[in-house]
Design a protein around this ligand. Structure first.
Ligand code: PBG
Length: 317
């Protein structure tokens, strides 16, 4: 009766990894209980998610072929568009969030087009190896329309590019997808906690890191500025990522903005609780639920978490 913060299935968005093939359920060693799934297995997992009362999933694709511009992401027969159609067929009630980034699809593992001598978008004024913001925006718009056409309810741009929300909103509206929402990874930090995800999505950058376009962990005022930019461009839901090391950022975002705030409890946050529990140092259930409650208490309206199905079970669902 006096508990101020309550957790329930409706708070969660469950991240799932999808790859080509059939009958594949390939364990991700650094993320206990998480798998790379082929589409047939994915639809089964989504059906279970629906039964638990979890309203949404977010999909990450691992394509067969990667190239310089990540073309699988805007191919209507690419892995994620195909997966979205299948999921919407078997579980029409689930909200499908589509992670919109190029790092899973490019052979260099960066989140967009890289300035490379001899390639189409090469710009001699920009250092070689830099991410080219504006040519990437055009591709993000194209890919978002393809995902929306496949049935995505929410597009979630995660690359922290300048102008990404506006580019995607304009592209979607131009094709009559006004009803598709944008959940922006608005304040995404350059974090060590993404380590296990890069194994899960096979998306570690081939050179350098992502600090050109992700945020400095020491900054909170900059996060507010980044979020404000996305709000002005039309973001419907604002995300802070990672979650636990950035609870103050979640809280500041909650105070300032009226849009729903999402927090991403990332792979490293999940894996470290599991690793400690496997060593007998922490109680898995207790610490996982405590971490989720803390994120909600800080102000998150929804939490992207790999614990989603387990948490519902632990909560008695
Ligand atoms: C793609 C993306 C990443 C994550 C979500 N979307 C990787 C990254 O930015 O390096 C990480 C999620 C996690 O660690 O669970 N840009």
């Amino acid at each position: 009766m006096t508990e101020e913060t309550q957790l329930g299935p409706a708070d969660f968005i469950y991240p799932l990894f999808v790859r080509p093939g059939k009958g594949i359920r390939k364990p991700i060693p650094s993320m206990p209980g998480q798998f790379q799934l082929s589409i047939d297995e994915l639809t089964i997992e989504v059906e279970k998610t629906v039964k638990l009362g979890i309203p949404a999933v977010i999909l990450f694709g691992i394509p067969d072929k990667k190239d310089a511009c990540g073309s699988d992401n805007f191919d209507p027969d690419g892995i994620v568009p195909t997966a979205i159609r299948a999921v919407k067929e078997t579980s029409p009630e689930i909200v499908v969030v589509s992670d919109m980034c190029f790092c899973e699809y490019t052979d260099h593992g960066h989140c967009g087009v890289i300035n490379t001598r001899g390639e189409e978008h090469f710009n001699p004024a920009v250092p070689e190896g830099y991410l080219l913001n504006d040519p990437t925006l055009e591709l993000l718009g194209r890919a978002s329309v393809v995902h929306a056409r496949a049935g995505a309810d929410i597009i979630a741009p995660s690359g922290m590019l300048d102008g990404m929300v506006n580019a995607i909103r304009t592209a979607l509206d131009g094709e009559s997808f006004d009803h598709v929402a944008i959940m922006s990874y608005a304040a995404k930090y350059s974090s060590g906690f993404y380590g296990p995800f890069r194994e899960a999505a096979e998306s570690a950058p081939g050179f350098g890191d992502r600090s050109q376009y992700q945020m400095d962990p020491g900054n909170v005022r900059e996060a507010i500025k980044e979020i404000e930019l996305d709000v002005n461009e039309g973001a419907d839901i604002l995300m802070v990522k990672p979650a636990m090391p950035y609870l103050d950022v979640i809280s500041a975002a909650r105070d300032r903005f009226n849009q729903p705030i999402a927090a991403y409890q990332v792979s490293g946050e999940f894996s470290m609780i599991h690793a400690a529990a496997a060593n007998g140092w922490l109680d898995l259930e207790r610490c996982a639920l405590e971490s989720l409650r803390g994120i909600k208490r800080a102000g998150a309206d929804m939490i992207l978490t790999y614990f989603a199905p387990d948490a519902v079970k632990w909560l008695g669902g």
